[in-house]
Write a protein that binds this ligand. Structure first.
Ligand code: URA
Length: 428
């Protein structure tokens, strides 16, 4: 590899230039090894945020991050593989019902997941509320479970895209998370290294998402679909609404319970709709458009796959889930219709109740979170419960209530702005 000088690479991007393949390969490798210092990478990340990157640069940057670690290979499995990645939202438990639905349709789901940071929850945090369930699997265990059960949701090991692990932590503390080239390469380096054959991206748009604006979300989706396709992964993206939180719960155990309701053929209509829409995309991308994922929710096969998936990782799918020690009810201020429920307000409240963490090393409370008893368009009655706040520590109620303030409106039905859940589809 040709050696470069970190300052030369920073200056090139600071002045609006295009980095060469050789500069990109070198800077990612040298940063991973510790030869480029954090302050130098911070300056480069800020220059990228301010000046952007060409698609060719993003593609090379992604390849260099993949090359910094191991790449998994599921081609020896007897069935095709498909995975889903969500850019993160409030009440976004979709992975939980989705993985068993797709497995029940004959396509294997190798999902390497993360823990939550900030107001969006992490899939592993939710699953860890199930007694006994463990997130850490060896590659051999993952492979065996994919063959026997057809779905694995587990923690990404340290071997996958280590350059991203370092860079993501740095971006978090240097105000450089929001750069589209950096978000796209971060997500796609991990998903391509994970070795899935097909990938469906759920790019969230709205107050509770990274991308507040639909044009930014579309650009992010287009860049990620291009990166996946260039790497030989059949990739499609759905842009979906995150101005309102998904379902009726945001937290950990309460989101697992809601997912189990969906797997039992019930659950909130929006969670069912998005689960089925994403399952259809995953199955089509994996060459199985002939099967109907909706049927697995009514014939019990998705529930069977869920129980097998939880048991394979030492969890007890029939055990009672943990509950919070304290609850606080917020009642509807007037009789009418809930006209707005803001995803960010709900996400912040759940986070402040202890469902999420402020720093990577913080624990989360399994029982904490927010339940809302109405969705926009639903009738509400003055004095009846609108929200139930849950936590083990009652001192947290005050700040959670402050987050919810101004986050919802009650009015008349003609004030409800109907927003489709799936806004657009990109790729495929
Ligand atoms: N998720 C990631 O993995 N990386 C980002 O940069 C943003 C969201």
């Amino acid at each position: 590899m040709t050696a470069h000088d970190a300052v030369e690479v920073i200056l090139a991007k600071r002045d609006g230039g295009t980095l060469t393949d050789s500069q990109i390969d070198w800077v990612i490798d040298a940063y991973t090894r510790g030869d480029v210092a954090d302050e130098q990478m911070s300056a480069l990340a800020m220059a990228i945020l301010l000046n952007g990157m060409q698609r060719t640069e993003i593609s090379r940057w992604t390849a260099a991050m993949i090359a910094s670690g191991e790449r998994m290979d599921f081609s020896a499995l007897s069935r095709p593989t498909a995975d889903k990645h969500s850019t993160g939202g409030v009440g976004d438990k979709i992975t939980l019902p989705l993985a068993p639905v797709v497995a029940a349709c004959g396509v294997a789901v190798p999902q390497l997941s993360g823990r939550g940071l900030g107001h969006t929850g992490g899939t592993l945090d939710k699953l860890e509320s199930i007694p006994g369930w463990r997130a850490a699997l060896s590659n051999a265990e993952m492979m065996a479970q994919l063959e026997s059960v057809g779905a694995v949701i587990c923690a990404a090991g340290d071997g996958l895209a280590p350059a991203d692990k370092k860079l993501y932590a740095l971006r978090d503390v240097t105000g450089t998370v929001e750069a589209i080239p950096l978000i796209a390469s971060s997500i796609m380096s991990k998903k391509i290294a994970e070795g899935t054959g097909a990938l469906v991206l759920d790019v969230k748009v709205g107050s509770g998402a990274f991308m507040k604006d639909v044009d930014d979300a579309r650009e992010l989706a287009e860049v990620m679909v291009g990166l996946g396709t260039d790497a030989g992964v059949r990739t499609v993206a759905l842009l979906t609404d995150m101005s309102t939180p998904l379902g009726l719960t945001a937290g950990n155990a309460i989101e697992v319970a809601e997912s189990v309701d969906v797997l039992a053929g019930g659950g909130p209509a929006d969670v069912v709709e998005l689960t089925v829409a994403l399952a259809r995309e995953m199955l089509t991308a994996a060459g199985r458009e002939d099967v109907d994922p909706a049927e697995t929710l009514t014939d019990g096969t998705a529930m069977d796959a869920w129980k097998a998936m939880i048991r394979a990782q030492d969890g007890d799918p029939d055990a009672a889930l943990p509950t919070a020690r304290e609850s606080h009810v917020v009642t509807a201020p007037a009789t009418g219709v809930l006209t707005r429920l803001d995803a960010m307000a709900v996400g912040m409240a759940a986070w402040r109740l202890g469902a999420g963490r402020a720093r990577k090393e913080d624990p989360v409370q399994a029982g904490a979170g927010v339940v809302w008893h109405a969705r926009p368009g639903d009738a509400v009655t003055a004095g009846e419960p609108l929200f139930t706040l849950l936590t083990d520590e009652p001192a947290r109620f005050e700040r959670a209530l402050a987050s919810l303030e101004g986050g919802y409106d009650v009015g008349s039905s003609d004030e409800v702005v109907a927003q489709p859940l799936v806004i657009d589809r990109i790729g495929g």
